[in-house]
Design a protein around this ligand. Structure first.
Ligand code: NAD
Length: 256
């Protein structure tokens, strides 16, 4: 069983690995033996995650990148290749959100969110996949979607549109890369509240979420690790690609 989920010798690139959810997944991958590149826009936070992984006996290094800028992604892919020779697992966790009402939405804000949540991730997939295709190296890409990607949540228009498109991109790329042995899947997390999304979660919204969550609680970031390690492992999920995996306490399977 331990061999099935053993990531020893693998390199994981965690873009947005300094985020609340991304850092938890990065910890899980490191605990299962992967060497992890923590890629963040904010180096201070990325270094903190690296320190925690290393203190826990893992191997990690921080890299800086802004996913909205192609040059920045190209540079980080080259730097990571120089560090570890390439990648085996690519976690795409950067994300932006806003609760601006639709009729007040300005296109600069729309572009800003789409640039990170969709274009940034698509560019990362393109740049990193290209490297593995050239090296004839397999890979597992894990995109972080959201419950708002299937049936949209109220109050988060652009976010919902970006995550719906990310699901589609995940499935498209699964087909595109299948014969190159690069699997592409997405995790659909439910609600994992922390400082970053407290603004959006007011008491009414929390009540409404609980009414629609069969398990009647929020998730904790550690609860994403199992699904991510499974998708990362070439042995455990060898025939899984194009899958959208819910980790949401049942939220997505409940109407009224
Ligand atoms: N927390 C939840 O309940 C929840 C639920 C579903 C999905 N998600 C998704 O999980 C992912 C992580 O979110 P989180 O909740 O941990 O929040 P977070 O605020 O901690 O993470 C967002 C991350 O995106 C990074 N980022 C933003 N713009 C960037 C850019 N231009 N270049 C590089 N990085 C950039 C930030 O630096 C940060 O690390 C996001 O994709 C989010 O949409 C979160």
């Amino acid at each position: 069983m331990s061999k099935l989920f053993d990531l020893t010798g693998k390199t994981a690139v965690a873009i947005g690995g300094n985020s609340v959810l991304g850092s938890s997944i990065a910890h899980g991958l490191a605990e299962h033996g992967a060497k992890v590149a923590i890629v963040g826009r904010n180096m201070e936070k990325a270094e903190e995650v690296v320190k925690a992984i290393v203190d826990n006996g893992g191997v990690a290094k921080a890299f800086q990148a802004n996913v909205s800028e192609r040059e920045s992604l190209l540079q980080v892919a080259t730097d990571i290749e120089a560090w570890s020779g390439g990648w085996d697992i690519l976690l795409n966790a950067p994300g932006k959100n806003s609760s601006t009402p639709f009729l007040e939405l300005e296109m600069d804000e729309y572009d800003d969110i789409m640039d990170v949540n969709l274009k940034g991730i698509i560019q990362a997939c393109q740049i990193f996949a290209q490297k593995n295709i050239e090296q004839q190296r397999s890979g597992s890409i894990i995109n972080i979607s959201s419950v708002s990607s299937t049936t949209p949540l109220s109050r988060v228009f652009t976010y919902s549109v970006s995550k719906a498109a990310l699901n589609s991109a995940t499935q498209y790329l699964a087909k595109e890369f299948a014969l190159h042995n690069i699997r592409v899947n997405a995790l659909i997390p439910g609600f994992f509240p922390a400082e970053q999304n407290r603004k959006i979660l007011n008491p009414d919204r929390i009540e409404s979420i609980m009414k629609h969550t069969p398990m009647q609680r929020f998730g904790t970031p550690e609860e994403l690790q199992g699904a991510a390690i499974w998708l990362a492992s070439e042995q455990a999920s060898s025939f899984v690609t194009g899958a959208l995996i819910r980790v949401d306490g049942g939220f997505g399977s409940m109407t009224i």
